[in-house]
Write a protein that binds this ligand. Sequence first.
Ligand SMILES: Cc1cc2nc3c(=O)[nH]c(=O)nc-3n(C[C@H](O)[C@H](O)[C@H](O)COP(=O)(O)O)c2cc1C
Length: 237
Amino acid sequence: MDFEQASKVIGKTQRNWDYTVPIPQEHIDHLINVSSNAPMKQGIQTYRLFASTRLDFNEMIYRWAHDRHDKGPIQNKIRNSQVAAPLLMLYAVHDIGDVIKDPKNKKKIVELNMEYDVERDHEGNILRYIPLASVPDFCFTTGVAAGATAMASADLGYQTGFCSCMNIPGLVDEINNKFPGVAMKAFWNEYAIMDILCLGIGRKNPNFQSNQVIEDGKVLTTIASTNKKRPTTYIYK
Ligand SMILES: Cc1cc2nc3c(=O)[nH]c(=O)nc-3n(C[C@H](O)[C@H](O)[C@H](O)COP(=O)(O)O)c2cc1C
């Protein structure tokens, strides 16, 4: 697919899916490779990638895909059905304070000149590490990888939907209690998670418009499209 066409596909949020066509393994491998080949600032691991085709798991994540402090209408809790996709790529951005205190990252932290402060108790024991910079780099890196992956997905003929709203404590609790596998626990608990970016990938449900949230074959709600303006761009020749 032409790149400009692909950028139009990923600029929309697909909120319902066709679950009858499974995603072939070679597509999953390809998308993971595209994601992993994206640049990482100074090679420091800023996120963990979780790729899931387990529909019950992706559906469960959708249930937590809302801002836990949001007191707005119920629509805000159910709008992010793009997450319940046939393939969910989930970027768990590491909490930098946790990364800094991990001794295996020490050399890179020095190389990167990462500035941080430490908060100590009155006996001088370290309570927590407070990063003074670098938070944007953690998010930039994730965005670059997820953006490239979305473009590659469109190239394969899929639709996509991003979501950065997540009730992280609720989600991690549920995973620890209901999906207790060792790898699963390691993934969700190795470093604290600063933020999560989800990318839902799959074929659209042909019976509905892209912005309709569906449950049991019926339209639950329709999400108004964002009135996106082109970013102000200056061309300097
Ligand atoms: C980093 C990032 C996070 C996003 N998070 C959400 C989200 O949490 N919920 C949502 O509905 N859309 C989310 N979007 C999608 C956009 O808000 C917007 O809906 C989309 O770009 C335009 O598609 P639409 O016209 O189909 O709504 C996100 C996009 C990006 C790039």
